[in-house]
Design a protein around this ligand. Structure first.
Ligand code: BES
Ligand code: ZN
Length: 612
């Protein structure tokens, strides 16, 4: 009896479910889902079977063959991070049907009222399950080690439609009496105005890739295997279709580099502004923040990243979150290779530069907690949302880039293809990767200090800042800022958002507030339509004690819920020397909280709590 994963109650001696069949009835008024999950095991099992749950109500557990109840135990209280284990007691059974409902505090789900949507006419709900939130939608073995296939039958009020990170099995249809079984009474399931949608995912996925959204969603084709979906009307769809027109070229670039695209479709869903991430690699249906649509095709980087996960992540993922770098580090490397093909070497180098800067800043953030600067940290008792950082992305990227430099690109490309083909549809750990590396690149351990890279803290001495003409130019312009120099119009004439972002991030601290205001008066960075630029500027302004921008900060924090923007802005405010800024942070959060996804609410709460 041992845990398989520090973030899951799954017991390593228990069988892992291979298929889950879900029946879900959406109650928008109550902000809950009533449902059942039928879990199938590879063989008959006798004894306890532990499932993860959090913020769920468990109504019953039933043997689907006999219809008899399955005894279960369920502790009275739950851990705020891990939830509580549901322990079913099986006797020679290979399937279990659990009947449950979600609660309004189920953290994977954000329910938006009509007023919070773009259409203003219909409610909307969507999921974000990575890293350990799927257990707040249905009971399951919520560890990436437990891959399963699934089918899902969703019952919604018309005229809403659903999308899933799965294939549509049939067109939307009327409900049928009896089909919901114990999940939901027929009186509700078959009530007038309800519609049923069905989906299947026939490739084994880790639980964190489970995803759906439901609302007034429209769609437009942007490529042979890509359709963009969005709530928010024709104008948003037009802009999204333009922004993502290059998706097919990227898929082809990915296939040339990493092997066949295994997921059939590569559709995109543009979420409301409260979506807590830039993108989420849900298979067949990537979820994206609307902030990537800027009208300048720069959303490409985020799309390249989520697409790259189709190989490095969704095909091969980490066995537990302690090996998260296998997922995000490989994907950051793969993303930059795709960007290099579709946008050129300079653009890829610029992204590497932004990443390098980000990695160095994390070293500062974790200087009292160097464990989290390791590629393979100990995460016992740690909420993955609390320590989300650039380390697995950028230190992981640097490690792979280091190996590439050692063996040369052609050999590394061959190695990558073989790695993906060997481990596809598996969840592996760092040791498995290292063994594979040593077996396929004999002697590598004598050339690179693999142990230092994987187990060591900080940035290894053989990591490398990218070499790029644009990058160096920007860094030297930024350094001149302390001499009182602001770049001239002709020096920035061809800068896009990324150049500005890099410039702002490289300004030597402390920055003089009046000089910042002068920079902004000339280039209007605080009003940029590009949130990366705007937030980088506002963060610097706040942490430089510049009060002029409090209004703009408040507006931003009320417009978007992407944590990449919330974290630095709230952090800058609570680090402020003046009590006024801390109060401002608390007031803005009190007013904006309802618009954030529960995951973002939790993250902001913990930022405010650390500085109260
Ligand atoms: N899978 C991540 C998002 C994520 C990570 C969600 C951990 C929950 C827990 C996604 O692929 C990602 O990395 N998104 C980035 C995009 C960027 C690196 C281009 C983001 O959201 O900023
Ligand atoms: Zn990622």
């Amino acid at each position: 009896m041992a845990r398989l994963d520090p973030h899951s109650y799954t017991d390593s001696s228990h069988p892992l479910a291979t298929h889950v069949a879900l029946t879900l009835y959406f109650d928008f008024a109550a902000r809950t889902i009533q449902g059942s999950a039928l879990l199938t095991l590879p063989a008959a099992h006798t004894g306890p079977l532990i499932l993860d749950t959090r913020s769920l109500v468990i109504h019953s557990a039933v043997d689907p063959l006999s219809g008899k109840p399955i005894p279960f135990s369920f502790p009275a209280s739950e851990d705020p991070i891990f939830g509580r284990p549901l322990s079913l007691s099986l006797s020679a059974q290979s399937a279990a049907l659990v009947v449950f409902s979600t609660t309004p505090s189920s953290s994977a789900l954000q329910w938006l009222s009509p007023a919070q949507t773009a259409s203003k006419a219909h409610p909307f709900v969507y999921t974000q399950c990575q890293s350990i939130h799927v257990r707040s939608i249905f009971p399951c073995q919520d560890t990436p080690a437990a891959r399963f296939t699934f089918s899902a039958r969703l019952n919604l009020p018309r005229p809403l439609t659903a999308v899933m990170a799965a294939a549509r099995a049939v067109d939307p249809r009327d409900p049928t009496a009896g089909e919901a079984g114990p999940a939901c009474p027929d009186a509700l399931w078959c009530a007038p105005g309800r519609v049923v949608e069905e989906f299947v995912m026939d490739r084994p996925i880790p639980p964190y890739l489970f995803a759906f959204a439901a609302g007034d969603i429209a769609a437009r084709d942007v490529g042979p295997r890509t359709r963009v979906h969005a709530e928010g009307g024709a104008a948003l769809l037009d802009a999204a279709a333009r922004e993502f027109a290059g998706a097919e070229d990227m898929i082809r670039a990915g296939e040339a580099l990493f092997g066949p695209y295994e997921w059939g479709r590569f559709d995109l869903l543009v979420l409301p502004p409260s979506f807590p991430y830039g993108g989420m690699e849900n298979p067949m249906m990537v979820f994206l923040t609307p902030t990537v649509i800027k009208g300048d095709a720069s959303g490409a980087q985020v799309v390249a990243h989520e697409l790259a996960h189709s190989w490095t992540g969704n095909l091969i993922t980490n066995k537990t979150n302690e090996h998260f770098w296998l997922n995000e580090g490989f994907t950051t490397y793969a993303e930059r290779r795709i960007v290099e093909v579709v946008q050129g070497e300079e653009r890829a180098a610029l992204n590497t530069g932004i990443g390098w800067k980000g990695l160095n800043e994390e070293m500062e953030r974790f200087k009292d907690n160097m464990e989290f600067t390791k590629l393979k940290p100990n995460l016992d008792g740690i909420d993955p949302d609390d320590i989300y950082s650039q380390v697995p992305y950028e230190k992981g990227f640097q490690f792979l880039w280091r190996i590439e430099r050692q063996i040369g690109r052609p050999s590394f490309d061959e190695f990558l293809k073989k790695y993906i083909a060997t481990f596809k549809f598996q969840s592996i750990d760092t040791e498995t990767f290292l063994e594979f590396l040593k077996a396929n690149v004999p002697g590598i351990e004598n050339q690179i200090d693999l142990q230092l890279w994987v187990e060591g803290t900080g940035i290894p001495p053989d990591a490398m800042e990218p070499v790029s003409a644009i990058y160096s130019k920007i860094v030297s312009l930024a350094n001149e800022f302390k001499l009182g120099k602001i770049p001239k119009e002709d020096e920035v004439a061809d800068w896009s958002g990324q150049e500005w972002e890099l410039y702002i991030e490289n300004l030597p601290k402390p920055v003089d507030a009046s000089q910042l205001t002068a920079l902004d008066a000339r280039y209007r960075l605080s009003e940029s339509r590009d949130y990366e630029v705007k937030v980088a500027f506002l963060q610097l302004a706040v942490s430089s004690g510049c009060r002029d921008y409090h209004g703009e900060v408040e507006k931003t924090l009320k417009q978007v819920g992407r944590m990449k923007y919330l974290r630095p802005l709230y952090t800058a405010l609570v680090h402020g020397t003046a009590e006024e800024e801390k109060m401002l942070a608390r007031r803005i959060f009190a007013e904006a909280r309802d618009c954030y996804h529960p995951i973002a609410q939790g993250v902001v709460e913990s930022i405010l709590a650390k500085h109260s």
